[in-house]
Design a protein around this ligand. Structure first.
Ligand SMILES: [Zn+2]
Length: 68
């Protein structure tokens, strides 16, 4: 089991959108859904780069993930 997770945060509103081991299609879909509802509209089939350009990805340690 890996100790590191990726936390994805919306650049526009600062909300944490996902905390996952790997960012895959289901996570991308969540990000797209949020980005459509938050700020500037996203195209029907946005490129991965467009989606990732609007979020911030940070690695967090699993054991400390609830402590800041
Ligand atoms: Zn947002």
């Amino acid at each position: 089991m890996r100790d590191t997770l990726f936390e994805v945060t919306c650049k526009q509103c600062g909300r944490s959108l996902a905390r996952v081991e790997r960012i895959r299609d289901p996570e991308i879909a969540i990000l797209e859904d949020h980005l459509r509802a938050c700020g500037e509209p996203l195209g029907e089939a946005p490129l991965l780069g467009e989606v990732m350009g609007r979020v911030r990805v940070a690695s967090v340690e699993r054991a400390r993930s609830s402590v800041r």
